[in-house]
Design a protein around this ligand. Structure first.
Ligand SMILES: C[S@@+](CC[C@H](N)C(=O)[O-])C[C@H]1O[C@@H](n2cnc3c(N)ncnc32)[C@H](O)[C@@H]1O
Length: 232
């Protein structure tokens, strides 16, 4: 319960991944405090709704952060949760110990998951693929480790569909990445569609928040997955 294990592939990847890891390590101590207002106003209810649809069995959470979702993992599921940042993960470990969550917490990179193919029944992530340096590579890894037709549940913020707001998000993106580690102008729905079958997408928050439900492995994605373009 809550024990932190280390996967050695984390930290051996490229510079962008190390920079992302450092950004989250540095903000780990203040992360929950800084997110508290938006958590209270919107994120908490969105998390609850997303997790109410996640089925039990062997479950993978990607980018567990400080462990805000741990209390929502379905009862009886055999959960594994990973994160790239040791400092964020330490907080998740403490949270799991306090609440008695039955979860294995592992330091790992979503872009190189340390699991065999098809070992999970389902996967979920909240506000993660805005930060993963190569989101398509990471999503491809999730698709690989979830069994065929296993469900993948994502809650993500994305670039606005409004052209003016979208352009402003483009202009502010590099500042947002430096300050928080998160890209604010990604087209995560398209990124998901490159490697999985998108079953449904619901929009919230003026279209900036997306609840994406997908199924692992389209028939054509058994071949190696190419990375996404930089900045996407
Ligand atoms: C915005 S936080 C969200 C944390 C948590 N899911 C939540 O909803 O509060 C993004 C998280 O993704 C993690 N992350 C970023 N890139 C990652 C990668 N390549 N592999 C695993 N985790 C990653 C970060 O370390 C951070 O904990």
């Amino acid at each position: 319960m809550g024990a932190m294990q280390e996967d050695r592939s984390a930290g051996n990847s490229n510079d962008d991944t190390r920079v992302t890891q450092g950004r989250y390590d540095r903000q780990a101590g203040l992360f929950d405090f800084m997110e508290a207002p938006v958590e209270f106003v919107a994120f908490k209810s969105l998390r609850k709704k997303l997790w109410s649809e996640v089925s039990g069995g062997r479950l993978l959470e990607i980018g567990v952060g400080t462990g805000k979702n741990l209390g929502y993992h379905p009862e009886g599921s055999r959960s594994v949760a990973i994160d790239l940042s040791p400092r964020m993960l330490e907080r998740a470990v403490r949270r799991a110990e306090r609440s008695g969550s039955q979860v294995d917490l592992i330091l790992a990179d979503a872009q190189h998951l340390p699991f065999r193919d098809d070992v999970f029944d389902a996967a979920a992530a909240t506000f993660v693929f805005c930060s993963v340096p190569d989101p398509v590579l990471g999503l491809g890894e999730v698709s690989r480790v979830v069994r065929d037709d296993g469900r993948i549940h994502l809650l993500e913020h994305v670039r606005s569909g409004n052209s003016i707001i979208g352009r402003i998000m483009d202009l502010l993106n590099s500042l947002a990445v430096r300050l928080s580690g998160a890209n604010i102008n990604r087209d995560t729905v398209s990124n998901v569609a490159r490697v999985m079958k998108v079953d449904s997408v619901a929009s919230r928050g003026f279209g900036i928040i997306k609840v994406i439900r997908a199924s692992a492995k389209r028939a054509s994605t058994r071949e190696p997955i190419a990375g996404s373009e930089p900045g996407r």
